[in-house]
Write a protein of this length. Sequence first.
Length: 401
Amino acid sequence: MELTNKVLVLKGKVQHYAWGGFEFIPSLLHITNTDHIPYAEYWMGAHALASSELVDGTDTESLHQVIHERPVEVLGPRVFNQFRELPYLFKVLDVEDMLSIQVHPTKAAAVEGFEAEEAAGIPIDAPHRNYKDRNHKPEVMVALSEFWLLHGFKSKESIEKMLLEVQDFNTLIALFKTNGYRSLYKLLMQMDQAQVDHILIPLVKRELRRKRDGELTKQQPGWWVAKLYGNNEPLENIDRGIFSIYLFNIVQLQPGEAIFQGAGIPHAYLEGQNMELMANSDNVLRGGLTPKHIDVPELMKHTLFQPIVPAILKGEGLGNEKVYKCPVPDFGISKIELKEGELYSGLASSLEILLVTEGAVIVKGQEHLVLKRGNAFAVVHGTAYTVTASGKTVLFKAFVP
C-alpha cells in the first residue's frame, strides 16, 4: 500500500470468546448476529494474530504489514526507535459473563518468562503456554455502560470483617491475622479440590437462595457467585476463583469513568461494555473463572499482595477532549465529545486510531471520510486532520503520548 492518503478507514477484528455478549458489538458494527454467537471483543491494532486492515479506496492491507513495510513513516521516528512496533492494542469489550481472575507480569518478568518457555521448547500456540511475547500488559479501560470489575485486594480491615461474617471462612481468620495476604491466598488457591468443594458448596447454595430472595446487590460478592452458578449446573468441582470475589475490591464504574491496571494487580471483569487499551501483548496469568490454562504458582509469583484503593479516573478536560492519564509510555486514551457542527483538530504525534461510538463525523485529511457509529479510522504520524460532527458525537482516540 502506497499510503497516498494519511487518514484511512480501519477495519478491526472480532473475537468470539464464550464470555461475550450477543447484541452490543453486532449493533455497533451494524452486523446481524443471526447465528447468535458471542461477540466478546473488537480489536483495533496491529497484533500479529488479528491485525486490523487499512482501507484506501479499493486497496486493503493489514496494518501489521503496512507498519512492517514503512515503520518510521507510519509510527514516527520517536515511537519506532522506542518500541519497534505499534505499542498498543485498542479494543471494544462486551462482558456478558465473568472473565478470568488474572494478573499481568512486569516487562522484565515477561522477558524472563518468555525466554524460559522458549528454552523449554513450549510451542508459542500451546494452550498451556503463559508467555506469548516479551512484553508487559498494563491496560486502561473506559466504561461505555455501567461496568463492574474486581480490582486488587481489599483492605486488611475489610477482609477480616468478611472472614468473620461469612461463616464458611471463619477458620481462616487466624491465618490472615498472623501471616497476611500471601499466606491466605496461597492456601486457598493451592487447596485440593475436595477441600474447595467442602468450603464452597454450602456457600454457593446459600448465595443462590439469597439472590433468589432478593437479598443481594451487585456490591456484594454473593451476587456474582449466584450469577456464576445460576444455571442449575451440578454443584461439583467448584471454581476456586470464587475466593477472589470475596477478597478483591468490587468496583462499579459509570459511563465515562476509567481505571488503570498495572503489573501485579489481580483483577477480573464482571459485567458491562468498555473501551480497553493495553500494551501490545497477550501475557495473562490466570487463577480461576476460566476454561483457559490456569497456572496458580506463576500467578502467585507476580501478584501484588497488598491492599489496593481503586483509583477511578474521571479524565482531564482539554476543550472537547478528555484525556485519561496512564503511568506508562506505551499508550494514551482520550474521549472526544462534539455537538452538531463542532470541530476537533488533531496532529498525530504517533499512529492514532479513533473509533466513533456515537453519532457521525466528516473527517478531513487529504480527502474526506464520512464515518458513522462503529466506524474507525487511523491517522499516520505527522498528519493534521479535522473531525466535524453531524450531530451529537462521541469518539475515543488511542495514541502514544
